[in-house]
Ligand binder design. Structure first.
Ligand SMILES: Cc1cc2nc3c(=O)[nH]c(=O)nc-3n(C[C@H](O)[C@H](O)[C@H](O)COP(=O)(O)OP(=O)(O)OC[C@H]3O[C@@H](n4cnc5c(N)ncnc54)[C@H](O)[C@@H]3O)c2cc1C
Length: 301
């Protein structure tokens, strides 16, 4: 693999630890971490990996990712080059690269007096990762503002997906292409001061209800559809709390006492601790209430 990686002239590292690049701060290394400098380099890399049957994965900001302690084989691609971190505003249309930070995009668009993304304040993500997960919450999600997405599939073919054939639902999209390269948003004009106020309000709401400073991947589980015996729909965090699991720990992994759907990684934590705790939470909630919690966190491999 190294020979053709060298031929492609793409910056890459071997046996590169992924823990520092994720919010959990646990897990092993990538066999190869590649950071292409252009769409052409990325598509050449994708095509070569496809031909050589080398697995590829895309790393965003690592805010929803659990990397196993043994690490991952193949190539992890990171869109960290400025080529993938551009943002362009034309009227109410905003085009952002897949590697651009969502937090910066939220602020940039609010300051420009463009409404539609302020609901995403306080969500750590790259634009590509936010699209893949349809990031959002009680105030709205990213999908509602998307007009067009530029993607590349695992073979390196580049194409566009347009609004009318895109579907976004709770933490999912129908985009199956491996690489989300850039996203076009359709926003609406609004008062910049009011938008900035709204961004601050939403950020404060998140800060007051979620442990944003500790190692975590946000919500570990999706909110289940299943109602409680009174017919109310409880969130995953409420079911976990009902099972008295707040603060429950296995090794260095612990259920947050502020938000029971957050699993916190303390010093010395391993990915194995997180997986064992996730399994324990799922089993306890299923045994006690008959509720199946589905994982929201993406696990590698
Ligand atoms: C403190 C905290 C709070 C959070 N709060 C929220 C919240 O309120 N709402 C919410 O929805 N989420 C929340 N999350 C989870 C996380 O922010 C989102 O899931 C976010 O969308 C992850 O984006 P990322 O770039 O970090 O993706 P990563 O974690 O790096 O990757 C997640 C998935 O996206 C894929 N991916 C990443 N980039 C690309 C790309 N360019 N092309 C194709 N696929 C890609 C990866 O392969 C992987 O499958 C929170 C996380 C933390 C740590």
């Amino acid at each position: 693999m190294h020979a053709w990686l060298d031929d492609l002239n793409i910056p890459y590292k071997t046996n590169e630890p992924l823990a520092p690049l994720t919010w959990y701060k646990v897990g092993g290394a990538a066999q190869v971490l590649a950071e292409p400098s252009s769409v052409q380099q990325l598509t050449a890399l994708a095509s070569q990996c496809h031909t050589a049957d080398v697995p590829t994965r895309v790393l965003g900001l690592g805010a929803n990712l659990l990397v196993a302690d043994q690490g991952v084989d193949g190539v992890v691609v990171r869109l960290s080059d400025p080529a993938f971190r551009q943002v362009r505003i034309e009227g109410t249309t905003v085009v952002a690269g897949g590697g651009f930070e969502l937090a910066k995009l939220v602020l940039t668009t609010a300051r420009a007096g463009l409404a539609g993304l302020e609901c995403l304040a306080g969500i750590p993500a790259s634009v590509g990762g936010a699209i893949r997960m349809n990031a959002g919450g009680v105030f709205g999600d990213i999908g509602q503002a998307v007009k067009r997405v530029m993607v590349a599939d695992a073979t390196g073919q580049v194409y566009y997906r347009d609004r009318d054939d895109l579907e976004f639902s709770y933490r999912r999209t129908n985009i199956v292409a491996r690489y989300i390269l850039s996203v076009q948003f359709d926003l609406s004009p609004d008062d910049p001061k009011a938008l900035i106020r709204r961004v601050k309000e939403i950020f404060l709401y998140k800060k007051n209800t979620q442990p944003l400073r500790e190692g975590s991947a946000g919500c570990a589980f999706k909110n289940p559809d299943q109602p409680d015996p009174q017919g109310r729909r409880l969130s995953a965090g409420q079911w976990i709390d009902k099972a008295s699991l707040k603060n429950f720990a296995i090794g260095g992994a612990r259920v947050s006492d502020r938000h029971a759907n957050f699993i916190i990684t303390d010093r010395g934590c391993t990915a194995g601790d997180v997986i064992t705790l996730i399994n324990h939470v799922q089993k306890t909630v299923a045994d006690r209430f008959g509720v199946a919690l589905e994982r929201e966190v993406v696990e590698w491999p």
